[in-house]
Design a protein around this ligand. Structure first.
Ligand code: UDX
Length: 430
């Protein structure tokens, strides 16, 4: 099939590369000329595990192209996917839909022949109706169906998730559009669940899923606080909880709070939608407030553990392991908060230093590797769950540090090993 994808971010690029790999002819459009130039020069504009290989292969084999020209991408396309950003509005925290509406307005002028316009971006309930109205107004003759096709790709695992989806949700009010989607995703038949629902249900499923996962993380963090007071061990508690198949093992890792470009934005947008429809979503509202407060508490925990002049080494700046993304990163927010108390912080992250520098500037020092960050440090604080950190050579780490104190806010190190080596080791939930 011929697919146009509008937006070359963390959703658009992996989706484009994945659909090209399935044999489709994919054209990705973006407004930012620098991005398109770099992509056309064979350079990826974001880091995503496994993307580079797919990108190169499909560009080489002619199934994946990049352009600034919306018309050339949309004309003749069977499916146009909108994958532009829906950032939170700075004041209202509602999803800002200006990029979605602008894309709808622009693409409408180029529709020819029957086309399915699918919204991949996470959009409030009812946005499909708006997109449809914009397209019909701009191009009354267009033969088009507007559907919701939510993405469930995790950053860092987007390619894995694309090829191994838990479910494919198709929010279509038209049988014809549903048929086109079933054809596009036919390679997944028998491998996943297909769920065809009405457009508003589909839009809600995306928010309800992310809000639920955010609440699950908040719940385990709250239990971790409880364990710290009660003498239980959150790692053991999480194991016991997760073995109940109704609860499930995933998303029960305690930490400094959730972050990223999705959970904070989507929980806020969902809470705003609740207010709009007059049905307060109190669980979600509490999750948001507690998750925000948690980062300050964690920063306080670190600064309380050391003298004002102590050197604080930080491992991890990305909002989670496996990505260079620092948007709404708890790690970054904790470092920013600690920097209010300390001018002696050295940070390291395997991938996110460049992005973090844009925000932290000269308020901290930057190390080239994990052990360099720890040189002469009085405390090491672990803020992101990178695999590299899990495999750290603790004896080498000890030889670098001045005082041997570790605050593992992701519970990723082997506590027994750290303690046996003489580290004063603390984590969350114990
Ligand atoms: C999320 C959803 O998982 C994905 O389905 C959606 O479509 C996009 O948003 P992503 O933002 O990439 O994906 O990250 P995710 O892996 O879900 O983690 C979000 C945050 O929660 C991170 O800060 C992570 O460190 C934190 N987290 C996750 C925990 O603190 N504990 C956990 O057990 C799991």
């Amino acid at each position: 099939m011929k697919i146009a994808i509008i937006g070359t971010g963390y959703v658009g690029l992996p989706t484009g590369a994945g659909l090209a790999e399935l044999g489709n002819e994919v054209v990705c459009v973006d407004k930012i000329s620098e991005k398109i130039e770099r992509l056309n020069n064979g350079e990826l504009t974001l880091y995503e595990d496994g993307l580079e290989e797919l990108f190169r292969k499909n560009v080489r084999e002619g199934r994946l192209r990049f352009t600034l020209d919306m018309g050339s991408a949309v004309r003749g396309a069977d499916v146009v996917m909108i994958a532009v950003g829906t950032p939170p509005h700075p004041q209202t925290k509602e999803a800002d839909l200006q990029y979605i509406y602008a894309a709808a307005e622009e693409l409408a002028g180029y529709l020819d022949g029957y086309t399915v316009v699918a919204t991949k971006s996470t959009v409030p309930v009812g946005t499909g109706d708006e997109v449809e109205a914009i397209i019909k107004k701009r191009n009354p003759a267009a033969d088009v169906d507007v559907i919701s096709l939510p993405e469930f790709l995790r950053e860092g695992f987007a390619i894995h998730d694309f090829f191994n989806p838990d479910r494919i949700v198709i929010g279509a009010n038209s049988e014809k559009a549903k048929g086109v989607m079933l054809k596009l995703y036919a390679p997944f038949e028998g491998k996943t669940h297909f769920l065809a629902v009405n457009r508003k249900s589909s839009e809600t499923i995306k928010y309800a899923s992310n809000a639920f996962l955010a609440m699950k993380i908040h719940y385990i963090n709250e239990m971790a606080d409880f364990c710290e007071k009660s003498g239980a061990d959150i790692n053991e508690v999480a194991q016991g909880l997760g073995l109940d198949s109704r609860i499930g093992r995933k998303f029960l890792c305690p930490g400094p709070g959730y972050g990223g470009s999705c959970f904070p934005k989507d929980t806020n947008a969902m809470a705003q939608m609740g207010i709009k429809y007059g049905t307060h979503l109190k669980l979600i509202e509490t999750t948001i407030a507690e998750n925000d407060a948690r980062k300050k508490k964690m920063a306080q925990r670190v600064v309380n553990a050391v003298d004002k002049t102590a050197k604080i080494a930080v491992w991890g700046l990305a909002f989670k392991g496996g990505t260079d993304d620092v948007r709404e990163s708890p790690a970054l927010q904790i470092v920013e908060e600690m920097a209010n108390y300390s001018s002696n912080i050295t940070v390291y992250d395997p991938k996110a230093v460049d992005n973090a520098k844009k925000i932290l500037g000269s308020s901290v020092s930057y190390a080239n590797d994990a052990y360099q960050a720890a040189e002469n440090a009085d405390i090491l604080v672990i803020l992101t769950e990178w695999d590299d950190f899990k495999k750290a050579d603790l004896a080498k780490l000890k030889s670098k540090m001045r005082l041997h104190q570790i605050m593992d806010l992701r519970n990723i190190l082997n506590e027994a090993e750290a303690k046996a080596l003489g580290f004063a080791y603390s984590c969350v939930g114990k």
